[in-house]
Design a protein around this ligand. Sequence first.
Ligand code: 3HC
Length: 704
Amino acid sequence: MTEAAVVRFDVEDGVGVVTIDYPPVNALGPGVVEGIVEAIDAAQSNPAVKALVLIGAGRSFIAGADIRRFGKPRPPMARRTYDALDGSSKPIVAAIHGFALGGGLENAMACHYRIAVPSAKVGLPEVLIGILPGGGGTQRLPRLIGPKAAMEMIVSGRHVPAPEALKLGIVDALVDGKDLRKEAIAFAKSIADKRPLRRVRDLTDRLAEAKADPGMFEAMRKSIARKARNQKAPFNCIAAVEAACSQPFDEGIATERSLFNELENADEAKALRYAFFAEREVARIPGLSKDVTPPVLKTAAVLGAGTMGGGIAMSFADAGFPVKLLDASAEIVERGLARIRDNYATSVKRGSLAQAEMDRRMARIEPVATYEDIAEVDVVIEAVFERMDVKKEVFAKLDAVMKPGALMLTNTSALDIDEIAAVTKRPEAVVGAHFFVPANVMRLLEVVEGAKTAPATMAAAMKLGRDIGKISAWAGNTDGFAANRSRITFTQEQGWMVEEGALPEQIDKVMVDFGYPVGPFAVNDMSGLDVSYQTRKRRAAADPTYRGLPIPDRLVEMGRKGQKTGAGWYRYDKGDRTPHVDPETHRIIKEVAAERGIQQRAFTEQEILHRLLFSSVNEVCKIIEEGKALRASDIDTMWLNGFGFPRYRGGLMFWADSIGAREIYNQVAAWHQRYGGRWQPSALLRQIAETGGQLRDAKAPQMG
Ligand code: 3HC
């Protein structure tokens, strides 16, 4: 045994085995690179070694460079692993299980052979953290699989399953993986004497594809132009692959390096790295010690076969869980199932889901008729109509039938969890689970802790969310919980600014330019103006001081409910979803403003952006100071995964730091003077402004 503890080297049967052992995912952290280089170099002069194997201990091969080290000064590397592997005089086999990502796959491609277990995944996901593969990946992958397929993988950053990697030519063979080390040694022995060594850097055949189709790079740039606007990394990825096709290998590597250097310290990469770690930090809940072991949940039931319930059932089926579906009648369940089938069929038609996989997923969803049919499942998610009396009735029934220890989740976006839990004899087993629409697509799951929710229940619900592919985020039991409550001020200001003279299309343009895929008014037209109309009417009836939104109210009352009626904020041609600016909307806005005596005026783009987002920043500070969200970075995670906030801006609070807490506080205070109570500055915002701290670091009082 030699080298640092994170890399082991031993010789077995004429094969030198280099094992990376740097938990949890074998990132190329301190000592790993040096350890690999040393082991490979030492093996060159060791006569006992005829071939080598590069393998990872634990759950993965190598997950890539250590992301924590980016953006910080790094000592220059004496020698890169890629050069040591590639330059070896003895053949090296990369044996892949778990993940080979980023620098992990780049190291594997610098080896002479790659074998993988069928469950392994490979990819170059650097673009997702705002950089490009900087270890030769943009030069070697096109040589292995052709520039077009390489570009698609690098620009999307997707994880490619091993069987597809075999077809593409990234790996040479799949092995069964019962004992990967043994299989890799056998493979290495079988190729030990083959010469010349097959170095990926020397391959040129596939690069000719760029000559046959020289327009492919421009076509790729065009195809991502809309989605990647305001970003640099995806375009640098394309440029690097283009260089692979036009420059000799070493020159291409130099081009890759300089394109990489342009990105590493840019705002885009900083924001995306922050988002990466924020999405992992969100899993940690103070007070939930590691000793709380969540129960293993194997079976589930969803109560409510509407759009929400159906989407939740699909999330379970997608993740491989059997799930029962129950509603008031067999017909309603059948209708729900038909909608689920249609959704899957659309994916099959689009080519994103295989028919056989659709069949497997459908088979996991079992329609049932009575509460007794779901009594034995480990977890039930209630997704019935959003009305307290209905939810209470359902929970009383569930309490009567569910087996002891069953987890009981209520999917609500606003109702009081404690009031729902109170109708049961086991409030400790009840927890809120706020899914976002469409539930099978949106990654955010807000897990809402009630006053009596047990720690084990919280831990189980958080884990359940992760098991079905969601990002679980803790929220306190407050009106709208953390996510919607932080967003509602944005929605209100959006409506009130229109009364004051900003046009819907102007606000939409500002937000699309900012990076949202669609502006808020166009979104409103898609989801239907009538949904929030009902909520406003209910609120107005309950609270005489409630200030409504008279313009969308008027639109709904005129039958303009959005896309589905051919008009809302915008006008739509029959069968077409393109929004057209509508002078009739302008007339209605003016009319309502005049009726209410509101003076209209012009707005600048900056005022629009700041008014929408500062209102939410102020509200987030209030939510945190009340302890209803744990961290500002949790709210950022919610906005990224629940509301389509542009990821390359990190999140609402990360973005806010680019303006500065002081400037935001001053503006909020000025608007408080002008517009009154709703702009009351949060004490926490004021404190951060005064101490010169970062908004993104704000934490709830219970975080200590
Ligand atoms: N660097 C540093 N830490 C990493 C890491 C990395 N590349 N990959 C994972 N981690 C950490 C996570 O932060 C987490 O830490 P925590 O427990 O303290 O929160 C821990 O490892 C486990 O990670 P996950 O919770 O994400 O574990 P999963 O099993 O859910 O996912 C994974 C595993 C798919 C490997 C996922 O962690 C992942 O996508 N990692 C990033 C992969 C990546 O982007 N690689 C490219 C890096 S850049 C690069 O290689 C540049 C090169 O081209 C020069």
